[in-house]
Design a protein around this ligand. Structure first.
Ligand SMILES: [Zn+2]
Length: 426
């Protein structure tokens, strides 16, 4: 196995602690809820102590808030710790970093919703993050070195493409560079021996549609399809299953936090409790990275709306890791009515109501170019009765404060292959 050997050498050089962390995570995968929570509390205490003792930022912040790490007696005391937000980590970037004790890598957030953040991630945290993802892969019998197809944007210059191809080859990876017929055919040919697919779900969906409409032969050995960083519409699944034989599972995470949750084969997103501590406060995620010492993130407002399942919810898979019901949207995107402002989360509710109450499943994209007006684009062809229901929902949320134009049967726009469900030009 050439690729396995290449992979192992890569790990030994870049992430020497990963193998050990992976075995730990496979073990803790079977832990009881109590044991997981005890572990989380131990790590939290460690991180809080460490941040207080090794950074000027947390020292001052905690002192100002009259919080001492010794106040942390049990998990309830967590609420005494002040929040950290995006502005804090950008403004006090240097003061949050701790003196390096091991190898670090520079991590940069995409900055698609604001200024991008750069920070140093220590080798342990980097390896922990990789191992967390690979534990998720293992639930589907996927080994990271197996042949995989990657969907991640088309924007490549020629020289960058050569470099990308080379790095892809090392990782037994190939990617789709264009939806044109010839590259698509060659991509589909390679799918025959592919074990897993990953990347933007909108691209996976587009490719699935093209495969289903053509007479190309369908891949038969795909064990897992992992979608990241954008909304997975309900409608995608049917098309994707038809083309690839299995549905898209979601991984939720962020550059700052690492893997936050991974969907199990029973369809529940389990929180990566060993790596992160997740709180839901007023529908918003607050996350503590339990492993990264180079740049401690304690009670960090990541900027997503989420919904945690009730603590009592059990999963058939047997894992006791807390379940994340849904990631409902990004914070800070505002819809402007003529007189009032609304959070973009409203779109989520509107389309969820349509799906749950009326069984109308739509792939949508909403564009705002001016105050009080929205352009609603729907991929499906809609019946008059469906349009009426949509109108009712919009009325319920926006009254007559916003007018909208509706276009059905249209292609949703992607920027650099990432599909945004709300685009505001205001
Ligand atoms: Zn499960």
């Amino acid at each position: 196995m050439l690729y396995k050997a290449i992979y192992k050498i890569g790990v030994a050089v870049r992430n020497p602690s990963m193998i050990k962390i992976f075995s730990f995570l496979k073990e803790s995968d079977k832990w009881s809820e109590k044991r997981l929570m005890d572990y989380q509390f131990e790590r939290l205490k460690f991180m809080v102590d460490f941040a207080y003792g090794n950074t000027t930022y947390y020292k001052e912040k905690f002192d100002n808030a009259k919080f001492s790490p010794s106040d942390l007696i049990n998990m309830e005391d967590l609420t005494k710790i002040p929040f950290l937000d995006k502005t804090d980590v950008l403004t006090h970037n240097t003061q949050i970093h701790t003196p390096a004790t091991s190898k670090t890598f520079t991590a940069i957030t995409s900055g698609s919703t604001g200024e991008s953040l750069a920070f140093k991630r220590d080798e342990h945290a980097d390896s922990f993050n990789r191992a967390s993802a690979f534990r998720g892969y293992s639930w589907y019998g996927v080994k990271p070195w197996e042949k995989n197809g990657y969907f991640w944007g088309f924007n490549f210059s020629f020289s960058k493409r050569i470099k990308t191809r080379f790095l892809d080859t090392l990782q037994n990876r190939f990617r789709l560079f264009s939806y044109r017929e010839e590259p698509l055919h060659s991509f589909v040919k390679k799918l025959k021996k592919t074990k897993y697919l990953h990347g933007y779900s909108s691209m996976i969906y587009q490719t699935a549609k093209l495969i289903n409409r053509s007479n190309m032969s369908k891949p038969a050995h795909i064990k897992m399809i992992k979608g990241t960083s954008e909304k997975i519409f309900d409608n995608y699944q049917e098309e994707v299953k038809k083309a690839f034989g299995t549905k898209i599972v979601s991984e939720y995470g962020a550059t700052e936090s690492g893997v936050i949750a991974f969907e199990c084969p029973e369809g529940n997103m389990h929180i990566n409790m060993e790596g992160v501590l997740v709180e839901e406060i007023e529908n918003e995620i607050v996350v503590t990275n339990l492993q990264m010492t180079s740049f401690p993130l304690i009670r960090y407002k990541l900027g997503d709306y989420i919904q945690l399942a009730p603590e009592s919810k059990q999963c058939k898979c047997g894992r006791k890791h807390r379940i994340l019901e849904e990631v409902t949207g990004r914070i800070g995107e505002t819809i402007y009515g003529r007189t009032t402002e609304y959070p973009s989360l409203y779109f989520y509710y509107i389309f969820k109501n349509l799906s749950n109450t009326h069984n109308i499943k739509l792939n949508y994209q909403i564009v705002q170019n001016e105050r009080g007006k929205l352009e609603v684009r729907i991929e499906q062809m809609m019946l008059e009765s469906e349009k009426e229901k949509l109108k009712e929902e919009f009325l319920a949320y926006f009254n007559n404060d916003i007018a909208y134009s509706l276009k059905d049967d249209c292609t949703l726009q992607t920027s650099n292959s990432k599909l945004k469900s709300f685009i505001s030009h205001l």
